[in-house]
Design a binder for this molecule. Structure first.
Ligand SMILES: *Cc1c(COP(=O)(O)O)cnc(C)c1O
Length: 299
């Protein structure tokens, strides 16, 4: 089964600014965020195989976890509505009324929102806790926080089909923001499968402050002999998930002078800040062509 989502092919936006010209680096942004009004960015790629899996069950239901501003719960709620699934969103902390725009949208789409205390939330992968949830809500397909399961990785391999390059000579780089590393793992596996030449180097920009964690998460998901070179840049989290720094704010202001591409400070802002810094330092070499994946996050 393959679900059809009427979506637009993503657009490629180029960025022009003195730094890029100085370093002779081509930087384009693949606008996955424009593909669908709600199921946009990287979240639909992760959800699609999960939705297919759930729809094949008797009582198609997906239960998942997220914070109060979870892009993942937002997309899951929209997918539930579109494909006739029951969706249950376990939200960390309290459900503050009136609901914020993310949770308000999720509820409008028919998602059942359930507040989970921070202490309980930490038990989200414990079999005993999940069993209690099954007794409470009935059978469901469990999708972990952020959509980071095997099916999510498989879905993200499809992103590779959308990559577009402008030059055959320039060394190729792909940049993407990483929260769980699921998308990066999928892209690396997808590239490996296509054996496209020349193989791009994949750069993940970590948005959480947990040294070594994302690298390990990605490595554990990759088959041993996965060819494309990838690395996780861990210096651009700006203090941690959802945190911002004066440097990030300054970068976002500077970026808005060169481009109308919308960025937010949680994911795509840190991604572009990281890529610009790598170019400035020559770690992304002169002459390179960089494709940044705009993974969404703007509503
Ligand atoms: C969820 C999300 C990510 C992170 O994706 P992972 O697969 O968890 O690494 C990146 N960008 C945006 C906008 C997101 O919402």
């Amino acid at each position: 089964m393959s679900l059809h989502l009427s979506s637009l092919p993503p657009r490629l936006d180029s960025i022009d600014c003195p730094l890029l010209r100085q370093h002779d680096v081509v930087l384009n942004v693949l606008r996955l965020d424009l593909m669908h009004p709600h199921l946009h960015g990287n979240k639909w790629f992760k959800l699609q195989p999960n939705v297919e899996y759930a729809l094949a069950q008797q009582m198609p239901t997906i239960l998942s976890f997220g914070g109060a501003y979870s892009n993942h719960l937002y997309a899951l709620a929209a997918a539930g509505k579109q494909f006739g699934l029951r969706t249950i969103g376990m939200v960390r902390g309290e459900l503050v009324q009136p609901l914020n725009p993310v949770l308000g949208f999720a509820q409008q789409q028919g998602m059942e929102l359930v507040a989970v205390s921070r202490t309980e939330y930490r038990r989200k992968s414990e079999p005993e806790f999940i069993e209690q949830l099954r007794q409470r809500f009935g059978a469901f397909h469990l999708v972990p926080e952020g959509g980071g399961n095997e099916l999510g990785v498989t879905g993200c391999t499809q992103i590779v089909r959308l990559l577009e390059w402008q030059s055959t000579e320039r060394p190729r780089y792909i940049g993407l923001a990483c929260g769980t590393g699921t998308t990066l793992a999928g892209v690396v596996i997808g590239l490996h499968a296509t054996r496209s030449q020349p193989l791009p180097t994949v750069l993940g920009v970590g948005v959480v402050n947990a040294p070594g964690y994302l690298r390990q998460e990605v490595a554990r998901r990759l088959p041993l002999a996965c060819v494309p070179t990838w690395s996780m840049l861990e210096d651009y989290h700006g203090g941690g998930y959802g945190k911002t720094s004066p440097a990030l704010q300054a970068f976002l202001t500077e970026f808005s002078r060169y481009s109308t591409i919308p960025l937010e400070p949680v994911y795509t802002g840190k991604l572009l800040q990281g890529l610009f810094d790598q170019i400035r330092q020559g770690l992304i070499p002169a002459g390179a062509e960089v494709l940044a994946l705009h993974s969404g996050g703007i509503y």
